[in-house]
Design a protein around this ligand. Structure first.
Ligand code: NAP
Ligand code: HSE
Length: 431
């Protein structure tokens, strides 16, 4: 008789309950596809008394996820608790040490400990799978490790935090300021318990670092991701960018070149009519660029019970089928040390500043740009109607410039004596 694949499920929140529902609802389909049943033998969460919208009566309860991970009747430890230390790390390590395969949705855990865990898994002859950790329901890990395995990957780009994309598109569509929409997102339950993980770009940075490791064969280097959140994106910049044919997105870019590995997760202007520019609400999108395939774009739900559990189950089904791949697409011992890029790839920049509306003010700013080696592509001055003596908002779009030169120019602006407020510089990402 064919042996079932037995899961130990640690975490019965949004994702965990989604996994329970798929295991129960699609038992026949899973058996047909893998040739063996997939069952849950034991579960763990903090509060046993909580009403969880699923029938858990057939499963053993473990108070301690580490004990769950070590159970003899568990083949695969499914970690959907979250957090990069504490129970998630301890139980994942315990599972590998006890000879279990691991499926996790936990990007924070892998961004911080991915290399050590991958080495541990390989030494134990086990696998760690994490499709759900990046872009929720979008099968982007599978696309990179399998579908594009014959390509040298040139670039990975992505909008990978649904909450940030919701906030930015809502600001744009409703003309509302950041603070108002942030509060709306909180009321809707979109924000992580620690909102800075979302709006600080950290969650998306975790995801980018995992994709970069697979794409470029390098050790996960989350500590080298240039991170900037969306908290300083103003409705003013969203509107002015829109008038110029751009939308503002929290965009992740990873690419490798002679300069080293570039990883950044920052607000960027993207063409409004591009796939990224068109992306609305909580949806995620990832663009993968390979030397043979060219560019492919994957779009879909990046979070939520069904989409995330769908990705967890894809990993479980692979294990049930006997598909065993190294964690980051190649043996952990062969992953190279990621050398952070000495300087980022030059790009055009959007600059906004408010100047005293007096003779010579603009010339002083133009001089700063020239002295920093930055060439102006477009310039616009916006005066308040009917108030000729007021301050003037000035927008520049530069030709491609090195980020260090932009920083240099921004410092010089401050010494001109013509600035009314702090100038803004946002990279324009070429898609
Ligand atoms: P969640 O709703 O907060 O659920 C977490 C679950 O883990 C809860 O059932 C909680 O128990 C349990 N738990 C936490 N600490 C525990 C501990 N020390 N011992 C035992 N159980 C513990 O979280 P989630 O949204 O399902 O997310 C789970 C993981 O998936 C995270 O790594 C997250 O980043 C990732 N993820 C989530 C989504 C999404 O859309 N939600 C998308 C992609 C990836 P109680 O219920 O008793 O409190
Ligand atoms: N907080 C994350 C997001 C959840 O908004 O995309 C999915 O990882």
């Amino acid at each position: 008789m064919v042996q079932p694949l037995r899961l130990g499920l640690a975490g019965l929140g949004t994702v965990g309950i989604g996994v329970v529902k798929i295991v129960q609802r699609h038992a026949d389909l899973i058996t047909a596809r893998t040739g063996r049943p997939v069952t849950i033998t034991a579960v763990s969460a903090r509060d046993r008394t909580k009403n969880r919208d699923a029938d858990l009566s057939g499963y053993a309860w473990e108070v301690d996820p580490v004990a769950l991970a070590r159970r003899d009747d568990v083949d695969v430890f499914v970690e959907v608790m979250g957090g990069h230390e504490g129970a998630a790390k301890a139980a994942t390590e315990a599972a590998l040490a006890a000879g279990k395969d691991v499926v996790t949705a936990n990007k924070a855990l892998l961004a911080h400990h991915g290399q050590a865990l991958a080495e541990m898994a390989e030494a134990a002859g086990r696998v760690i799978r994490f499709e759900a950790a990046v872009a929720g329901g979008i099968p982007v890990i599978k696309a990179l490790t399998e579908g594009l395995a014959g390509n040298r990957i040139k670039r990975v780009m992505g909008v990978m935090n649904g909450t940030c994309n919701y906030i930015l598109t809502r600001m744009q569509n409703a003309g509302l300021p950041y603070e108002t929409v942030f509060e709306e997102a909180r009321q809707l339950g979109y924000l992580e318990a620690d909102p800075t993980l979302d709006v600080g770009g950290i969650d998306a940075g975790h995801k980018l670092s995992l994709l970069a490791s697979i794409a470029f064969g390098t050790k996960v280097a989350f500590n080298h991701v240039e991170l900037e959140g969306i908290g300083n994106v103003s409705i003013e910049d969203i509107n002015l960018a829109d008038e110029m044919g751009y939308h503002i997105k929290l965009l992740g870019v990873a690419q490798i070149s002679g300069r080293g590995l570039e990883q950044r997760m920052t607000p960027c202007l993207v063409p409004a009519d591009s796939p990224f520019g068109q992306l609305q609400g909580g949806t995620n999108m990832v663009m993968l660029e390979g030397d043979s395939v060219g560019q492919i774009v994957l779009r879909g739900p990046g979070a939520g019970e069904g989409p995330t559990a769908s990705a967890v189950m894809a990993d479980v089904l692979d294990i049930a089928r006997g598909l065993r791949l190294p964690t980051f697409g190649q043996p952990a011992s062969t992953l190279a040390e990621a050398t952070p890029a000495r300087s980022a790839t030059p790009a055009p920049y959007y600059l906004r500043m408010t100047l005293l509306d007096k003779p010579g003010a603009l010339a002083k700013i133009a001089t700063c740009l020239g002295e920093a080696g930055i060439s102006i592509d477009q310039m616009r001055q916006i005066n308040q109607p009917g108030e000729e003596d007021d301050d003037a908002i000035v927008i520049f779009v530069t030709h491609k410039a090195a980020p260090a030169d932009i920083d240099h120019a921004m410092t010089r602006f401050g010494n001109t004596g013509v600035l009314v407020d702090t100038p803004v510089a946002i990279r324009i990402e070429e898609i």
